[in-house]
Design a binder for this molecule. Structure first.
Ligand SMILES: *[C@@H]1O[C@H](CO)[C@@H](O)[C@H](O)[C@H]1NC(C)=O
Ligand SMILES: *[C@@H]1O[C@H](CO)[C@@H](O)[C@H](O)[C@H]1NC(C)=O
Ligand SMILES: *[C@@H]1O[C@H](CO)[C@@H](O)[C@H](O)[C@H]1NC(C)=O
Length: 465
């Protein structure tokens, strides 16, 4: 027994050493700025125990989403090829606007792993790769609201002589010092291939979960409404949350509808809790909400036909069509080239309850959070106040987004009429002075009653609430 364990240990150590040595080999060559690396070395052993998911030190773990750029105060988030812009490599980043400095991309091609499917397949093959260094071009998004750190695109440039290698690159890292690649962390370049068919029709990107957010009942109810209107996937960027929401998140991840993306922005920066720098201070707008929204667009560009960019307590609800699919068929027929549809937000104050209490169900009494079925009163439009909008987009027609509108898109932007589709937003009132009879009755959610109640019960039960 002891001998077998010892042999295993020696095997693993040798393997790890091999990986490190081979990576140093690449580093040496990168610093020499050579574009060709001979790949005639002996293959690393592959018959190692599979219980060792060793990631080589240069590759970022899939659970990491925010990585400091060495020698700077900036951060890189994710890397994508953009086919709409001639295949340029874009690294979504968070840049300190006051401390701009020259940045460089180190791009590495992996001879047998040029596609999304196998880019992660064989980290060892990475050491056989070829690398290049090029100037990075930083493009800070325009909607920074005065905060020092902001979402940016870092574009990796190339020259004609490096074009072939650039196109094949499967890993990238940004650095401020082009002379050394010590301690660099490489991101996988995603979206290598254009896809015409998508795994999901409708995906919701929920930008941030933070603080002790524990509105579990509203969240579970909302998820079940989403299902009934045709949403197949929900993506949530998680900084932190309360214990009951945590249980619901775990249930939907298990069940498959939800992707939780870790977003530990508070480990790196002081996030602001509001959007005005002069009032709310902090390093970055709303926990980096804009970085996550833009990341989500590129993450799901070839996974979902449409994306809905809204908050956790908002439901983009078709009022004229039963489901989102019918709504979009109609809208897209009317506006064939449009990729951005703006949907008006409407407030349903959580302070006004419907009188009969028919949805004050005993099994929900102990679940923390707002019961959206009890809030059927909607605030009226105000003169001279625009209703803010949220977005329903074709991600392949959007390049950059803000919260209420896109910043750069391909094709027209459509403002969707209020009677066709609007947002049900149950929250604290904006016009708190209005009495119940000054509000409008809107029982849209009740139309789902039959299927909704049992599915909410099931979700809460399965979540252990
Ligand atoms: C990088 O190397 C060049 C040439 O050896 C040198 O001139 C330059 O100062 C170095 N830059 C840094 C940041 O060390
Ligand atoms: C959300 O993030 C917090 C803080 O990192 C973590 O404790 C929690 O487990 C995360 N929840 C999920 C469902 O990933
Ligand atoms: C909830 O789960 C328990 C077992 O964990 C089961 O006995 C009960 O019938 C379930 N209730 C509903 C409404 O699904």
């Amino acid at each position: 027994m002891m001998q077998r364990k010892l042999a295993l240990l020696v095997g693993i150590t040798t393997f790890t050493l091999l990986l490190v040595l081979r990576w140093e080999h690449v580093i040496r060559l990168v610093s020499l700025m050579r574009s060709e690396i001979p790949s005639a070395e002996s293959e690393p052993q592959t018959d190692q125990p599979s219980a060792e998911p060793t990631l080589p030190p240069w590759q970022r773990a899939p659970t990491e989403t925010i990585t400091p750029i060495p020698g700077s105060r900036h951060f890189m988030v994710s890397a994508f090829k953009d086919h709409r812009r001639g295949g340029v490599i874009r690294v979504i980043s968070i840049i300190c606007r006051q401390e701009l400095q020259p940045l460089y991309c180190v791009l590495c091609a992996n001879d047998d792993a040029n596609t999304d499917a196998n880019a992660n397949a064989s980290p060892n093959a990475k050491a056989n790769g070829r690398c290049m260094t090029s100037q990075a071009k930083v493009d800070i998004h325009s909607d920074h609201f005065g905060f020092p750190f902001h979402t940016s695109d870092v574009f990796c440039t190339t020259t004609t002589s490096q074009q072939a290698l650039y196109e094949q690159a499967s890993y990238v890292s940004i650095t401020s010092d082009k002379n050394t690649t010590d301690n660099m962390t490489f991101l996988t370049i995603q979206n290598h291939e254009i896809k015409e068919s998508f795994k999901y029709k409708f995906t919701i990107c929920i930008s941030n979960l933070f603080g002790g957010y524990n509105n579990a009942l509203q969240f579970a109810q909302t998820m079940e409404v989403y299902k009934l209107i045709g949403v197949q996937r929900v993506v949530i960027y998680n900084t932190s949350c309360g214990p009951d929401v945590e249980k619901v998140l775990r249930y939907y991840s298990r069940e498959g509808m939800l992707e939780v993306v870790p977003w530990p922005i508070d480990k790196f920066l002081t996030p602001s809790t509001g959007w005005r720098y002069d009032l709310h201070h902090g390093d970055i707008h709303y926990y980096g909400q804009l970085a996550t929204l833009n990341e989500c667009i590129y993450r799901y560009m070839y996974q979902s036909k449409y994306l809905l960019l809204n908050d956790i307590d908002e439901i983009i609800m078709p009022y004229k069509h039963g489901k989102l699919e019918k709504l979009m068929d109609t809208l897209q027929q009317q506006h064939p080239n449009a990729g951005v549809f703006r949907i008006e937000n409407h407030i349903f104050p959580k302070t006004q309850f419907e009188d009969t209490g028919r949805f004050r169900l005993p099994q929900w009494r102990r679940v923390p959070g707002v019961n959206i079925l009890e809030h059927i009163y909607r605030e009226p439009d105000r003169k001279n106040v625009f209703n803010p909008t949220k977005l329903l987009i074709d991600p392949r027609r959007v390049e950059r987004t803000s919260v209420h509108s896109t910043l750069n898109q391909f094709g027209p932007v459509v403002i969707v009429p209020f009677d066709v589709c609007r947002i049900i937003h149950v929250r604290a009132p904006l016009q708190g002075h209005l009495a119940k009879d000054q509000l409008l009755v809107d029982k849209k959610l009740w139309e789902f009653e039959k299927r909704l109640i049992p599915s909410i019960d099931n979700a809460l039960n399965q979540s252990g609430l």
